[in-house]
Design a protein around this ligand. Structure first.
Ligand code: GLA
Length: 760
């Protein structure tokens, strides 16, 4: 049994110890850590330490090493492919001054550099002391052995004179070599300090030519994969919005791009990282004047100012980083495997998602008991597992002008409460899910009329509304308790299996005037911590309830929220062609398992594009399948098609959701074709999808050479939807499918096919 005093990742409340129980026993085993400790005496100002410990983490195919240089700074030595246990590591030694303009402190790849002593790079930590001094130079003080239960190892840094300490936490996953890094900043000075910038970690790479991948977007246009050379200067990936944001996602991948051997989809050195934080965040990718590359990520320093009183501390989010020699595809497979095994609340064995029906696009706000029951009957006939009622069921909610904050059931729409509908859904052998948007309030609501001071605002200043709503200040304890209270009541009084937890705007005027001025900016940390604590407590009290993170689509998707939620809504854009490129981008950072994908009606409301139901189904079947169309308008033939494909989907769902993903043909850059393949972890099954957007000049579909199979296993081939060329064998070895490959019959506009291979 794991005790609740266990060291956990930041933001994870004690109630989550049960979750960590899954996480802990695997630690330590291959965590070959050679901390040549014990603790040396602290370096006095102006003196040099002769003691230079080296720390090394080996996991899966990766080695990460750092040590204490001759000045006492913690310096990265190596991050890359796994090296032999006895291989020599270079002694940590600061880089020399390059010119009088490029001092050594700046040129040295520090693990966690304070802003001081001539640093021009992004600092990991920047503070102002009570007397106005802003110089912070962090030197190694001590280290712990890896914690027996968690495997986490702490390295303590301290300013050369003042008692500000930073505890750097490290843990490497033996199965993926992904390193978790985060920091705790402690003020042991007699007076407060203000933290103006605090990273979770900084990652360094030596001079080379690199390519940076990152994800950008907008509402209904999330998950655009950007690829650009890393050049002199800084590329800033960030959200200043109080939440993760649609515009950038806290993930990056960097591949080495030497002309002789550029990293590609399936081979080449690739480093990647993801920041587990759902508030304002920032990741900077810098190339300095000597071509060193440094990636620094953590709280967004914009408008940041966290006052630490004497003996207070601040813990940063976790920044995960990994390395592979298997290219960008290999990077996403490692990260996705890690998320399934370590991050999700049900890790390491998350259940494939139930196939859901959601009423939003069918009814929008016009939900009624009779209308929902009629849709539920149709959904059940399709073989749906979970029926979800979306927005519109509560308060005086007729449209988006009113009702948010009033979480009582609307009696005009549901005269006897939710029970009759829930009973009906259960009688149809589905479980029941419900939409909520807990952190928001409409000014036209009883809650706002009673508590106008509960929203983020600066007193006397305008309160900018978006979608006619304001953001409750979840950092406040009374607001946090209210939100927890109504959700706990809702879940206690109704048999609800699932919450779609929405968040439909970003912050504005983020004031918190109920606390002293020097504490008001804590809102950037406390809001998100309280969100996590509500989610954690709800899960502990209602362990059967699953939760989706939605924010007007994919506005809150990150490894922080995924500690507490089972799935995410990637985009309000369900147009299948757009979804193909979105899914390509999304899966770079997050697994298919959590990627909800609804089939909605055609022509699509956003692009006015008409597509067949088969095409829409096969696009959505790449992720966690849902149906979101208006079933009242579906023909008998549509119903039969969906019914058949849902049945087929269930047979291969685990492979799709949790298998290794190979992008055979990327849909990006205007490609005429796309193809993906998912291989079960034990390689006993593979599923592959092919899509043609619009055939031109009579071109046939490129032959698909599969990947990741066992060459010596015999696999039987079958078609789920669509057909392969005549002569495709009914059975052949993995070597045949990978080397010879499959010709797919696919021409026309918006056509799709789906196949499976099963071990014989
Ligand atoms: C957001 C969600 C949608 C739907 C609406 C309801 O936009 O992303 O799926 O739930 O809110 O208002």
């Amino acid at each position: 049994m794991i005790s609740c005093t266990l060291k956990t990742f930041p933001g994870m409340p004690a109630v989550h110890c049960a979750v960590l129980a899954a996480f802990v026993p695997l630690l330590g085993s291959s965590l070959a850590l050679s901390a040549q400790t014990p603790t040396p005496p602290m370096t006095a100002p102006g003196t040099r330490t002769t003691y230079q410990p080296v720390f090394r983490f080996d996991g899966y195919t990766t080695t990460y090493a750092f040590g204490v240089n001759e000045r006492g700074e913690l310096q990265q030595i190596y991050w890359g492919g796994r090296i032999a246990p006895k291989d020599p590591l270079p002694a940590p030694k600061s880089n020399p001054e390059h010119a009088s303009f490029d001092n050594s402190y700046n040129n040295t790849p520090q693990e966690y550099a304070g802003w001081g002593a001539g640093l021009f790079q992004e600092p990991a930590l920047k503070v102002t002391f009570a007397d106005g001094n802003r110089d912070l130079v962090l030197h190694y003080l001590s280290s712990t052995k890896p914690d027996e239960q968690s495997g986490i190892q702490d390295i303590v840094l301290k300013d050369i004179q003042r008692d500000v300490r930073v505890i750097l936490h490290y843990w490497m996953d033996p199965d993926t070599g992904i390193l978790a890094r985060w920091a705790t900043i402690e003020n042991h000075e007699p007076k407060p300090i203000v933290i103006e910038q605090a990273a979770a970690a900084a990652w360094s790479l030596p001079p080379a030519h690199y390519t940076l991948d990152y994800l950008s977007g907008r509402w209904a246009g999330e998950w655009t994969l950007n690829r650009e050379p890393i050049q002199a200067g800084e590329r800033v990936l960030e959200s200043r919005r109080g939440s993760t944001g649609h515009q950038m996602n806290p993930w990056f991948a960097i591949s080495r791009n030497e002309t002789a051997d550029p990293a590609g989809e399936e081979h080449g050195d690739t480093w990647f990282g993801a920041l587990a934080w759902s508030g304002s965040w920032r990741i900077t990718v810098e190339q300095d004047q000597l071509d060193n590359v440094r990636v620094t990520g953590g709280f967004n320093p914009f408008d940041f100012g966290y006052t630490l009183k004497p003996n207070e501390k601040l813990e940063t989010p976790v920044f995960y980083g990994g390395f592979t020699q298997d290219g960008k595809g290999g990077a996403s497979r490692l990260l996705n495997h890690f998320t399934l095994a370590r991050i999700l609340p049900t890790a390491p064995n998350p259940k494939p998602r139930p196939v859901i029906y959601n009423s939003w696009e069918a009814t929008e706000f016009a939900v009624t008991e009779a209308g929902q029951e009629a849709l539920a009957e149709k959904a059940a006939a399709l073989g749906i597992d979970r029926f979800v009622m979306d927005d519109g069921w509560f308060g005086q909610r007729k449209d988006d002008h009113a009702g948010l904050g009033d979480w009582y059931v609307n009696k005009d729409k549901f005269p006897s409460g939710l029970k009759p509908l829930i009973d009906k859904v259960h009688s149809l052998k589905m479980d029941f899910g419900l939409w909520v948007e807990p952190e928001m309030v409409n000014p036209d609501s009883d809650l706002y009329r009673k508590h106008p001071d509960w929203v983020l605002n600066f007193p006397g200043r305008p309160r900018t509304e978006q979608r006619n709503q304001l953001v409750l200040n979840l950092a406040r304890k009374d607001v946090r308790d209210y939100v927890y209270g109504f959700l706990d009541k809702l879940l206690s009084e109704n048999q609800i299996a699932f919450l779609k937890w929405d968040y439909n705007r970003n912050w504005s005027e983020p004031g918190w005037d109920q606390v002293p001025v020097d504490e008001q900016k804590r809102v950037y940390v406390q809001f998100t911590r309280n969100l996590y604590s509500i989610l954690g407590e709800l899960r502990a009290k209602h362990p059967g309830v699953e939760i989706e993170s939605c924010s007007g689509g994919g506005g809150r998707v990150d490894l922080g929220i995924l500690h507490y939620t089972d799935e995410v809504w990637p985009s309000d854009n369900t147009d299948p062609l757009d979804r193909l490129t979105q899914q390509d981008g999304f899966t770079r950072a997050y697994p298919n398992q959590v990627m909800m994908s609804w089939v909605t009606d055609s022509p699509h409301w956003l692009n006015a594009r008409a597509t067949s139901l088969n095409y829409r189904m096969l696009v959505s079947m790449e992720g966690a399948l849902g149906i979101g169309g208006n079933l009242n308008k579906w023909s008998a033939q549509d119903m039969a098609t969906a019914q058949r494909l849902i049945r087929e989907y269930h047979l291969v769902q685990k492979t799709i959701a949790q298998g290794s993903l190979y992008r055979l043909i990327s849909p990006t850059n205007g490609s005429e074709f796309a193809a993906t393949e998912m291989v079960a972890p034990d390689r006993s099954q593979a599923v592959f999808f092919a899509y043609v957007h619009s055939t031109q000049e009579g071109r046939g579909f490129p032959r698909l050479q599969l990947l990741g199979l066992d060459p010596d296993t015999q696999y039987a081939f079958s078609s789920i939807d669509g057909s392969a060329a005549p002569g495709t064998p009914a059975q052949a070895s993995g070597a045949w499918w990978m080397n010879h490959g499959v010709d797919v019959n696919l021409r026309g506009d918006f056509q799709a096919a789906m196949f499976r291979l099963d071990k014989r």
